[in-house]
Design a protein around this ligand. Sequence first.
Ligand code: OGA
Ligand code: MN
Length: 293
Amino acid sequence: MPISIEPLTPLFGATLTGFSIRHGICDDVIAEIDRALYEYSILLLPDQPMDDNEQVAFTERFGPLEETLPGAVGAGSKVARMSNYLPDGRLKDPDGQSALFTQANKFWHTDSSFKPCPAKASLLSAREIAVTGGDTEFASTRAAYETLTEDMKRRVADLIAYHDIAHSRLKLSPDAVTAEQRAKMPAVPQAMVRVNPRTRRKSLLIGSHICRIDSMPDDEAEALNEELVAIATRPDNSYRHAWRPDDIIIWDNRTVLHRGHPYDEVNDRRLMIHTTIAGVAPMFVDGRIQAGA
Ligand code: OGA
Ligand code: MN
């Protein structure tokens, strides 16, 4: 049976059905999903139950995976637990460092933009959903780029922004990030406008990890980043997903921002498992933007 692709919004996003990952899918279906990712930026795959090993095996069919960040639950493995409870079932202290670190996902961001080689795509599977809240929202930075005024396109054209995971965490609390995390993940430079080597379409690399922009005072840099995020995340350029158990969403970090909505972390339980497909190359080498990164 051919896979079915239904758009989620007029601008981006699609629901893909007609296959079962657990029962095995052939390379042609993987190629179709990958092709759809380039076209639609976010893909919803409903009713795809999976455990961690199945998720790693499925995600690896799209390319090598990133390792989970230092200091996170599952650090050094290929799966990240986005949850308010630990693998042994105990609730995290909602004001503790580990919970705060994850809560900073409520700011619009792009996964791994703070790594020299920013991620290609992320996959999140809904293992246990919150009773209320806990939606995830996406916004197209490619559609946003295409709606910028010519003036703004010129203004952002050659900008280099520094991305730092600590910066986004420290907006929430001084306790949200450890000294080890700060030391191991220093700020990295990235182009603010990137061109996808396959689609040739441009998109913005913006969001909460940006701590400064080259040759710009910090307050101006912050205002510009905020202005661009506001343009990108207008309701008509966004998609908010209310999760159902066994939903999977794959998103292209090169063309979308995303954020998690809060839920009751004290009385409710939510478990999402995250795997990340690595980017192909660092974006910035020897002071220059690399074509095709
Ligand atoms: C992520 C993320 C948001 C959420 O997994 O990268 O930002 O809603 N998640 O859990
Ligand atoms: Mn994220």
